[in-house]
Design a protein around this ligand. Structure first.
Ligand code: NAD
Ligand code: TYD
Length: 347
């Protein structure tokens, strides 16, 4: 069995990956490197923290000694989730995104390249995103061959990291595989993203900000489906290749928010249309025929079902999110969207 080293395991997708990898015995051991930024939360890993196969390393990929940890751990597989992940924050502070997402990835790739001289067969999975392809109008899909056209500081930084990983395959013979996925949702997602934020604000009777007219479209995938997809890439993916993943669940933002409000029996009057995001990508849509054909992977969770599960999770995990929502991130909203997100009808 393989030794896994993952980065960003205290975040949303990374923590699901850590828990599932140990539960399903995908690996013999798992080391999780995470800087614990605002988005990293060790509560996400409570279930596994005492597991003898698991080790947490508190390290910043930008400045820490990544090389030593990689050398000491001698992983068979590195799965690189760590990133600054929120588009709105990348508009406010692009430099941090370039640093973490490009230089952080570069530091990790170098450490993998160094380890490779003694560890043949090392595999590196780069967790990229559909946003590298840019924005679609009402029709069309992204294929693995679609030329990159990133339009936000976030997506540019991810496109650079994605290309860097493949460059290390061509130049240094490192076995890299890239996974590009559409919007994930599910438990443990930091409440600044559309779905958890809308659920929490609805539960609090707070107004729910929807950018522009709410007509922008995303293809939603339940986080466990993506995590399972990553494991199929580790098991069957080919070095130097990229694989698209999507949920086959395209919805406009206003549809998503309306579904959440209906499920919680809250009024549509909570919706507050705010000014649009700068450079807002209109639509993403993934073609994942390659993953179906070559990895025998497909999404299994219907959007309605996954959304209900997610709503239930936030309803029963108040302690997890109340600490977060009282803090810095609401101020972030007020700074960037100029709107006070008022509490409606709650004393
Ligand atoms: P997240 O923001 O929830 O978690 C990111 C994690 O990375 C946090 O635990 C944070 O502490 C850690 N981190 C940040 N900077 C670091 C640094 N310098 N050194 C070490 N650790 C650091 O993100 P997520 O939503 O779980 O996304 C994980 C990955 O998946 C990212 O690479 C993201 O670009 C990609 N992705 C996300 C989505 C999505 O919908 N969430 C979709 C496609 C791709
Ligand atoms: P988000 O969850 O930030 O993911 P991404 O920007 O990576 O797709 O946003 C999903 C969609 O929801 C996107 O079109 C922006 C929109 N959105 C809102 O309308 N209001 C909000 O408060 C947020 C966070 C997002």
């Amino acid at each position: 069995m393989a030794k896994y080293l993952i980065t960003g395991g205290a975040g949303f997708i990374g923590s699901h990956f850590c828990r599932m990898a140990l539960k399903q015995n995908w690996c013999e051991s798992l080391v999780n490197i995470d800087a614990l930024t605002y988005a990293g939360n060790l509560h996400n890993l409570k279930e596994i923290q005492a597991d003898p196969r698991y080790r947490f390393v508190h390290l910043d990929l930008n400045s820490g000694d990544v090389d030593s940890i990689v050398k000491e751990t001698e992983p068979d597989v590195i799965i690189h989730f760590a990133a600054e992940s929120h588009v709105d924050r990348s508009i406010e502070d692009p430099g941090l995104f370039l640093k973490t997402n490009i230089i952080g990835t570069f530091n990790l790739l170098n450490a993998a390249k160094n380890l490779q001289t003694s560890k043949k067969g090392l595999r590196f999975v780069m967790v990229s995103t559909d946003e590298v392809y840019g924005s679609l109008e009402a029709t069309g899909q992204f294929f693995e061959e679609t030329p990159f056209a990133p339009r936000s500081p976030y997506s540019v930084s991810k496109a650079s990291a994605d290309m860097l990983a493949t460059a290390y395959h061509h130049t240094f013979n490192l076995q890299t595989m890239v996974v590009r996925c559409s919007n994930n949702y599910g438990p443990n997602q930091f409440p600044e993203k559309l779905i958890p934020q809308s659920i929490i604000f609805a539960l609090q009777d707070r107004s729910i900000p929807v950018y522009g007219k709410g007509t922008n479209v995303r293809d939603w995938i339940y986080v466990e489906d993506f995590v399972a997809g990553i494991q199929t890439v580790i098991a069957r993916g080919k070095s130097g290749e990229a694989y698209n993943f999507g949920g086959r669940s395209e919805c406009s933002n206003i549809e998503v928010v309306e579904m959440i409000l209906a499920s919680l029996k809250k009024p549509s009057s909570l919706i507050q249309f705010v000014k649009d995001r700068k450079g807002h990508d209109f639509r993403y849509s993934m073609n994942f025929d390659k993953a179906e054909r070559e990895l025998n992977w497909r999404p299994t969770v219907k959007f309605e079902t996954g959304l209900k599960e997610t709503i239930k999770w936030y309803q029963s995990n108040l302690v997890w999110w109340e600490a977060i929502t009282s803090g810095e991130y609401l101020k972030f909203y007020e700074r960037n969207y100029g709107e006070k997100l008022v509490l409606k009808g709650r004393s």
